[in-house]
Design a protein around this ligand. Structure first.
Ligand SMILES: Cc1cc2nc3c(=O)[nH]c(=O)nc-3n(C[C@H](O)[C@H](O)[C@H](O)COP(=O)(O)O)c2cc1C
Length: 182
């Protein structure tokens, strides 16, 4: 199967990008293909329907349409969706075929804070559900990410490790079940 792994902040040292590394490694280790969108690929003009859709948004939409599932690692900004990621959802939602429709999605957040970003993932669920995505019931929240993800390639927190494993298992199951429906 094919998966899109998308997210992180635009800053170089993004913890969410480190979380994407772990997710991408595990998905590919199970024999699946991963297409990643991060950093500059997420840095595009603000939504303005008087303007043409940016090529970067077209590329993300094309990958989502081909994929059987997506993993999104989103920072929590003021308990909400960061502007650069909401901008991408909004641009891609205007592209046909609408790429989120019927797509299994696992939501994740890494934060140095104590709450694991769960609250910031709630508006993601509202938006993606409105677009027809199948958002996994559980999410992957990584609190104290500056410690849990301090070492590249490894999660140093057992609860977050279990949440990642369980979340990815659910995403892969959902993708396998729905793969032919999209
Ligand atoms: C504008 C802004 C708002 C933030 N709001 C929250 C918040 O609501 N909850 C939280 O846990 N952390 C919040 N943070 C801290 C981020 O979790 C922290 O900067 C984190 O490192 C961002 O993810 P990144 O490491 O992928 O860049 C905020 C940071 C910024 C810049």
């Amino acid at each position: 199967m094919e998966f899109v792994v998308l997210g992180g902040s635009l800053r170089a040292g993004s913890w969410n990008r480190r979380l994407m590394d772990l997710a991408a490694d595990r998905i590919t280790a199970q024999g699946h293909a991963v297409t990643r969108f991060e950093g500059e690929a997420l840095d595009m003009a603000l939504i303005n329907m008087d303007r043409p859709i940016p090529p970067g948004a077209e590329a993300i939409a094309a990958a989502l349409v081909k994929a059987q599932g997506a993993f999104i690692a989103s920072p929590e900004y003021n308990l909400g969706i960061p502007a650069h990621l909401k901008n991408i959802v909004d641009w891609t939602s205007r592209i046909q075929p609408q790429p989120w429709k019927g797509l299994p999605v696992l939501l994740a957040c890494a934060t140095p804070g104590a709450f694991g970003g769960h609250r910031g993932l709630m508006p993601w669920r509202t938006t993606l559900s409105a677009l027809g995505a199948f958002v996994c019931p559980s999410v992957v929240g990584v609190p104290h990410a500056d410690k849990a993800l301090a070492e590249a390639g490894r999660m140093r927190d057992e609860r977050s490790e279990q949440a990642l494993e369980a979340g990815l298992a659910m995403l892969l199951r959902l993708a396998a079940a729905l793969g032919t429906v999209r």
